[in-house]
Design a protein around this ligand. Sequence first.
Ligand code: WQD
Length: 336
Amino acid sequence: MSKTILLTGGAGFIGSHTYVELMAAGYEVVIIDDFSNAHRDVPDRLEVITGGKVTCYEGDVLDGSLLDRIFAEHDIAAAVHFAARKAVGESTEIPLEYMQANIAGLYSLLAAMKRAGVFTLVFSSSCTVYGDPDSLPVTEEAPRSFSHPYGFTKLTCEQSLEQIALHDPRWAFGILRYFNPAGAHATGLIGEDPNDIPNNLMPYISKVATGELERLGVFGNDYPTPDGTGVRDYIHVTDLAQGHVLSLKALLDSGDSHTVNLGTGRGYSVLDMLQAYERACGFDLPHEILPRRPGDIAEVYGDPSKAQDVLGFRAQLGLDDMCASSWNWISRRKNT
Ligand code: WQD
């Protein structure tokens, strides 16, 4: 049986780390990426890490004829769908573009897979589908909702996959709900490198550490949390990537769909992360308390037990690993 996997958005932050773990697990991997949120030197860096040639098609998953060409040129066994837009704030400014990229993009991929007779897909979802959960840790059975167009697109995609699998048993889906990915590859050759001002906490802190940004704004310290700042379940991107390998293996072995949280089960505050980063870089990082960011919730962290039961997945790396690997990556990146 073919072991070739198609990664859409495979040059991106999570996609590139998943590429490395899939290759290490013995798969063949093909990437499609439009490089709208990935640097063009990522495939070259992946070649250094994996020691082999990278097959990468530049293009958009909305281009059905390009997808048909990829499926014709490679014996694809399954796909992992990362290609999507993921900034909450931006989604409120351009909701149509988010629906086009995230929902129409998924449908375009599914239609091409069906034309090619490929019915196994791992889908990149998000804890954002839980909204502001009533109880913690949040389990996969918690009610789903959305409070912004980005969350709407992720929930719509999940429900679309559920309906397809319910009415067409040929399909097998692994729906992976990420909590907060952070960190970088141990080699320091790939990591999170947003093109513009970061949205997320760790890339923002890392740019303060390199001096590219002046200070960290802490969005609120009056939340009902231990130190008043927001609490999230940060998961090392390498752990997250390995969760994708286990999801694919389970789908290909059993043909049964699954939906699981990919988190650590442990929440850390903004100040926890800041102090961990200071330990990693070895100096204090300037910061100031700012008002809360609209739409933020106080606290969320996941119950990781279903991923362990269904996939045998358990995160191995902690906050200090995430910060040390990020600092190694960003300080190398700045010097290249
Ligand atoms: C984390 C904490 C902020 C920046 C979002 C998406 C989610 C997923 C991950 C895609 C919060 C605080 C942040 C800063 C700060 N993305 N913060 N200063 O909002 O939990 O999740 O990204 O799947 O779907 O919703 O992540 O990193 O933006 O914020 O104080 O400059 O850090 O208030 O408490 P978030 P984040």
